[in-house]
Design a protein around this ligand. Structure first.
Ligand code: ADE
Length: 228
């Protein structure tokens, strides 16, 4: 899978993909992340990418032309399954969307800044608008990093243990159950006995009950919504 990220601050996006699972995914050739500096498409001597908004008001707006030229260049090279704009007024990101997007061959992520991007780019290029939560970030880069990570780890072969993505919190609309490792007794704090019993069906049952209880206590909305 290839993910192209369009950003005015490409530096912000370097480190998140250079370590751990994202690095392994790229080293194995399963994921390619290409960050494009929108400034390279800026207009004039100052490589301008933003301008005052029509109608007045504080805050700059990212202009059509640099974005359109950048997106045209990318679209000339390959077909994109989705062109995603990261924005606080987009649909709320959740595991089901990560699952869907992980099936695409090519994605573009557009990171907004300032007051946002000219609405015409949203109308004519963007196919999906995503928010990672009900708060406002300074720009879309951290949100883009969240998408790349959550999508990348779902690609077949990226996680060593293929099962482990499936047992994450949210994969079945439940939070994950508690986990423990050695020692079985730490400062007198004991691991639940069932986990050391070797009785796999009982352990699975216990984990399910724990996941259900945790979800009821902490995120009852997940049980009600039945979201993807
Ligand atoms: N850009 C700024 N805030 C954002 C958010 N919450 N989600 C996605 N993109 C954003």
């Amino acid at each position: 899978m290839r993910i192209d990220v369009v950003s005015v601050l490409p530096e912000l996006l370097r480190s998140p993909f250079e370590h751990s699972i994202m690095k392994r995914a790229q080293d194995k050739g399963l994921l390619e992340v290409v960050v494009h500096n929108l400034r390279d498409y800026g207009l004039g001597r100052h490589r301008q990418i933003d301008d005052y908004q029509f109608g007045g008001g504080a805050g700059m707006v990212m202009m059509c032309e640099p974005l359109a030229n950048c997106l045209d260049d990318l679209k000339k090279e390959r077909t994109y399954g989705e062109i995603i704009f990261l924005t606080p007024d987009g649909e709320r990101y959740r595991q089901g969307i990560a699952n869907q997007l992980s099936l695409q061959e090519n994605l573009i992520l557009i990171c907004g800044h300032y007051k946002g991007i000219d609405e015409r780019i949203r109308e004519h290029y963007v196919t999906r608008e995503i928010s990672i939560g009900d708060y406002v970030l300074s720009g879309g880069e951290l949100a883009a990093a969240v998408l790349v990570d959550s999508i990348g780890r779902l690609l077949p072969g990226v996680l060593g243990d293929e099962q482990s993505a499936l047992t994450d919190s949210f994969q079945d609309d439940l939070l994950a159950p508690p986990v423990y490792t050695r020692p079985a007794n730490f400062r007198g704090w004991e691991v639940p006995e069932i986990l050391t019993s070797g009785n796999t069906p009982k352990i699975e049952e216990w984990r399910y009950e724990q996941a259900m209880q945790r979800t009821k206590d902490r995120r009852p909305d997940l049980l009600e919504e039945g979201e993807e």
